[in-house]
Ligand binder design. Structure first.
Ligand code: KG4
Ligand code: ZN
Length: 350
């Protein structure tokens, strides 16, 4: 079965082709994927401008579709199913992917399925050389979400904890902005942190000892702002690097400690780290070290598939189809769900 996947929930247009054996649950194969990042376009505004994002998705999605078909040496008529990100995300941006996916599927007379963006992220390590085994713990850390999830199987997700305010990626991005770094702030702050000394500043680790698996990053953001104000208008490059390192350490410490607590309470032996912040080197270093000492295996998506992409959406469609839980949209009538809890996935899609 050949699945075309389309992702357009935020500032990346991603299109991919995945092939799977529908008679088994063998891991699907990625045939081609193409991505256009709008980062350069939004940079001037210091963040994503939703209307510009939607318009750019319109420009990119069909050329990217042509590109993946050409790379895989396939034609539109070879596609058996179309999968697209139905939510959560920016409404206008989602509508572009939904419109293209549903009309293409209608024209081809093939099923179209709406995929939850976070399901795409948490299944993405199945496309890596070292795929996880069910059940596993998933740490989802993106610009919009921070969640710990028990993944029993495809379409069986239990939320164990989540952020009560800012997401981890948001904490990176907002702190980077306060430090005068570029957009997106996460990678910029992480790079600067490599030259800094994290012990030069004492920053809070919110909710670390709360006894729950929930996160909070708003207080950390305030603490970073206080330190930035103290540094004054012309901080030395070293003090900026030190503050970047301390901020990164605070975020990473909380993520790792809460993940270990979730592993203890669930007794799971595999953990998947997904979402843009999963690309962070310090997070990987600390988590690998702590899990290594506990005989727990950590799985990451390929670096190129950590941030938003179409491959994870095609993959989620394929894995659902293999298990008989890909629910096609009736009459190819599209809808998007800009706010969509993952736990509601199946009831919402039906
Ligand atoms: O998953 P993603 O591409 O998009 C969303 O669904 O949000 O995640 C983007 C987030 C941004 O907040 C970005 O700053 C952060 O991931 N990010 C990083 C790194 N690379 C991306 N944060 C820390 N370190 C990185 N290396
Ligand atoms: Zn994402």
């Amino acid at each position: 079965m050949l699945i075309l996947g389309i992702e357009s929930s935020c500032d990346e247009t991603g299109v991919a082709l995945v092939r799977c054996d529908i008679a088994s649950t063998a891991t699907p194969m990625l045939l081609a994927h193409a991505l256009h990042s709008q980062v350069a376009m939004h940079e001037a505004y210091g963040g994503v401008v939703p209307e510009l994002a939607s318009r750019d998705h319109i420009r990119r999605v069909l050329p990217l579709t042509t590109q993946v078909l050409r790379e895989a040496q396939l034609a539109l008529a070879d596609i058996d199913m179309v999968a697209f990100t139905q939510g959560p995300g920016l409404a206008g941006a989602l509508l572009v992917g939904a419109g293209v996916a549903c009309s293409l599927a209608a024209a081809l007379n093939k099923p179209v399925v709406g995929i939850h963006h976070l399901e795409g992220h948490l299944l993405s390590p199945f496309l890596s050389a070292d795929p996880p085994e069910f059940p596993f713990l998933a740490l989802l850390v993106s610009g919009g979400h921070t969640q710990l999830m028990q993944v029993n199987e495809v379409a069986s997700y239990e939320l164990l904890g989540e952020t009560i305010d800012d997401a981890a990626g948001e904490a990176f991005d907002k702190s980077a902005k306060m430090l005068g770094l570029g957009y997106p702030g996460g990678p910029a702050l992480a790079n600067l942190a490599e030259q800094g000394d994290a012990s030069a500043f004492r920053l809070p680790r919110p909710l670390l000892h709360s006894g729950t698996l929930d996160f909070s990053f708003a207080g950390l953001k305030t603490a970073v702002r206080t330190q930035v104000l103290k540094l004054g208008d012309d901080p030395s490059p070293q003090s900026k690097a030190d503050l970047a390192a301390a901020t990164q350490q605070a975020i990473v410490d909380v993520l790792v400690r809460k993940t270990l607590a979730a592993l203890r309470s669930t007794r799971l032996k595999h953990v998947v780290v997904a979402g843009g912040v999963g690309a962070n080197r310090e997070l990987r270093r600390l988590l690998n070290m702590e899990c290594g000492q506990r005989q727990i295996k950590v799985h990451y998506p390929e670096l190129a598939l950590c941030t938003d992409n179409g491959a994870m959406i095609a993959l989620a469609g394929a894995m659902r189809a293999q298990r008989g839980v890909a629910t096609p949209l009736a009459h190819h009538a599209f809808s998007v769900l800009p706010r969509w809890p993952l736990a509601d996935f199946d009831s919402a899609a039906a």
